[in-house]
Ligand binder design. Structure first.
Ligand SMILES: NC(=O)c1ccc[n+]([C@@H]2O[C@H](COP(=O)([O-])OP(=O)(O)OC[C@H]3O[C@@H](n4cnc5c(N)ncnc54)[C@H](O)[C@@H]3O)[C@@H](O)[C@H]2O)c1
Length: 192
């Protein structure tokens, strides 16, 4: 069963459960319990008597990737230092990809890619700001030189605001820079 269908199953059970005020209604809805979710669902704790079959969504198991799915492929991942880019770089490497990670948080980005390399994967790190042409040229050159080309790029680095990602959060000082409409978005001001 596809993960998407599993999640829809959970949502459906939760939605029906929300109106289950009586034992009769609860019994009727038990007919539409979600299917067994295997490792992706876990019992609601403590059990919810109003929502039979209610489950939590389990964290992704460590083995939720397809070995060799990207074997021999080279993927550039921008914004690899942290967050979703870091997760994607790990996942792609474990699925067999050669990964070129890019980030302007040089120490953090290098540390991430070093960790992935230490686990036995073939990766490279390029430090730089992806809004600069020279960074983009270097990441492609690195992929070509190290792995012979580029098969895919996960253009994950991006900002919805004008705050440099290495800057600590300080809402009072930064509020004029956060969540600007697209037509007002500015290049993040890098400090320090
Ligand atoms: N987390 C969310 O809920 C969410 C929702 C919608 C969209 N997004 C988008 O997904 C992407 C990743 O989100 P995240 O939560 O993992 O963000 P994050 O801030 O944790 O990570 C972003 C990474 O990109 C790097 N980066 C940003 N601008 C860069 C630049 N110009 N050059 C090089 N590196 C740069 C940062 O240093 C950081 O390591 C972003 O584009 C974000 O806008 C995130």
């Amino acid at each position: 069963m596809r993960r998407r269908d599993m999640l829809k199953g959970i949502g459906g059970a939760a939605a029906v459960g929300g109106v289950a005020a009586t034992p009769v209604a609860a019994q009727a809805e038990s007919q539409s319990l979600p299917p067994d979710l295997g490792p992706y669902g876990e019992p609601w704790a403590p059990a919810d008597p109003d929502v039979p079959g209610r489950r939590g969504i389990a964290p992704m198991p460590d083995d939720y990737f397809t070995p060799n799915r990207f074997a021999g492929k080279t993927v550039i991942v921008t914004g690899c230092a942290r967050g979703m880019g870091r997760g994607a770089a790990w996942r792609l490497a474990r699925a067999g990809a050669n990964v070129v990670g890019v980030d302007w948080l040089e120490d953090q980005g290098r540390a991430t890619m070093d960790e992935i390399a230490a686990a036995g994967h073939d990766v490279r790190f390029v430090a730089g700001d992806v809004s600069r042409d020279e960074t983009c040229a270097r990441m492609v050159e690195t992929a070509v030189e190290a792995f012979g080309g580029v098969d895919a790029a996960l253009n994950n680095a991006g900002v919805m605001d004008g705050v440099f990602s290495g800057e600590p959060i300080d809402y009072a000082a930064q509020r004029d820079l956060v969540f600007a409409p697209v037509h007002e978005a500015r290049r993040p001001r890098r400090r320090g």
